[in-house]
Design a protein around this ligand. Structure first.
Ligand code: COA
Length: 390
């Protein structure tokens, strides 16, 4: 297998982009990445998008987006794994280059979620849960993650007031980081009190415990490391040191322990093994904080903190920009936004910027090895990548 480098990244400002279409926002992000990499063509395209059919009535994205990018007749495919679609597109692109099938690959992600109303968006998202066991009975993602939160609190016997503060601190931290990210949907500071008194969505999760509904796109250009060193010298290359992926049951009802994200652990263990690294080697990570409880569960399953202690670590500042293990320097899904299919690729954009020392006001002091964790549904799929500055 060939070593694979990320030679360019791009994303536009996320939020309510009513004046632009899905194809517009994708092409903008893709051109930014191509310009960043200094490439004028690509050999193949993988685009993560969860459910463009339900959100805008458009399927067949691979060909459409290759066309609007002016790259037909390259091979192109849409990749779907719910909210992990973007991460899976990165993995497909990595495989394509590593196996020697293509040299220059664009991996992108896009979702246009705000062209439908909130009810229709909630329905579209819920199609990623188990229809027979969950949706049929009225479950939505805020409800499913609320069940995870309640199970987690009970399992670890955390007093509710303390648990509530732990959850709030995830939102406070990620909004503080997003304030420093010009591409974030919400560039606003929030206080623990604001989080803990925001509108109840699904007990114990309130409005400010939830990632928002977002329009957005992101893209990255991959090529063999040797080619990056010989031809694309604009940036020092960022290498994909490992890729891991795993699945779990869609329905929470069929899991042994709903307070633990097993697929995240398995995907991460594959990645650590491939990179010959351990959790302590990772300097920082972008993780899937679709709800505040998700970030706490993820940082435990990645092995960064002891199981049951992720909330304490967050309250103590260990995951802040100046903490021992900064998490979601970009603002995460909570503040940067969560256009579901684009999220996994935007994580790569942030990691590349950090590793290249180009993250502006949110630049981390120690940024040599970064990890991304992108998750579908309530953890039914997970993709983990490890990136290294070389
Ligand atoms: N964080 C911060 N602010 C938010 C927000 C969020 N998650 N969601 C909405 N807002 C803000 C809006 O900007 C708006 O502010 P304004 O009045 O100043 O314009 C206000 O809150 C109300 O927004 P609205 O769109 O009416 O909210 P809503 O009640 O329709 O939706 C949620 C709120 C939390 C239900 C919705 O964002 C949601 O479903 N999030 C989860 C998405 C999800 O499940 N993703 C998949 C994960 S697996």
């Amino acid at each position: 297998m060939r070593d694979v480098a990320v030679i360019g990244v791009g994303m536009n400002k996320w939020g309510e982009l009513w004046e632009k279409s899905l194809r517009d926002i994708f092409v903008e992000a893709a051109l930014l990445a191509m310009d960043d990499a200094s490439v004028d063509h690509i050999d193949s395209l993988y685009v993560g998008s969860m459910t463009p059919g339900l959100f805008i009535g458009q399927e067949h994205l691979g060909s459409l987006l290759a066309d609007y990018l002016g790259q037909c007749p390259i091979p192109a495919a849409r990749v779907e794994s719910a909210c992990a679609s973007g991460g899976l597109a990165v993995r497909m692109g990595w495989m394509d280059v590593a196996l020697g099938v293509s040299d220059i690959v664009l991996v992108g992600g896009v979702e246009k979620m705000l062209d439908v109303d909130g009810g229709a968006a909630t329905y579209a998202l819920a199609t990623a849960a188990d229809q027979e066991w969950e949706c049929y009975n009225g479950a939505t993602f805020p409800g499913l993650y609320a069940m995870i939160a309640n199970a987690y609190q009970a399992k670890h016997n955390i007093p509710f007031d303390k648990f509530r503060k732990q959850l709030a601190q995830v939102a406070v931290k990620n909004h503080a980081n997003g304030l420093l990210n010009p591409n974030a949907q919400f560039q606003s500071k929030v206080t623990p009190e604001q989080v803990m008194t925001s509108t109840m969505v699904a007990d114990p999760l309130r409005l400010l415990d939830c990632s928002p509904i977002t329009d957005g796109a992101a893209a990255a250009i991959l090529c063999p490391l040797e080619m990056a060193r010989a031809k694309f010298k604009k940036h020092s290359p960022v290498v994909i040191a490992a890729s891991g992926a795993a699945t779990d049951t869609l329905s929470l009802a069929h899991r042994e322990d709903i307070a633990y994200l097993k697929a995240t652990e398995v995907a991460a263990q594959h990645a650590y093994k491939m990179a010959n690294m351990k959790p302590a080697d990772i300097d920082f990570a972008e993780v899937h904080d679709c709800f505040t409880i998700a970030e706490i569960c993820v940082i435990e399953a990645l092995g960064f903190f002891e199981v049951g202690k992720g909330g304490d670590a967050t309250l103590e500042g260990a995951t802040a920009l100046d903490g021992a293990k900064p998490i979601n320097s970009s603002g995460g899904l909570k503040s940067k936004g969560h256009p579901v299919g684009a999220t996994g690729v935007a994580q790569v954009v942030e990691v590349a910027h950090q590793l290249r020392g180009e993250a502006g006001k949110r630049q981390l002091q120690k940024a040599r090895i970064g990890l991304t964790q992108n998750m579908g549904g309530s953890g039914g799929s997970t993709v983990v990548h490890i990136f290294k500055a070389v």
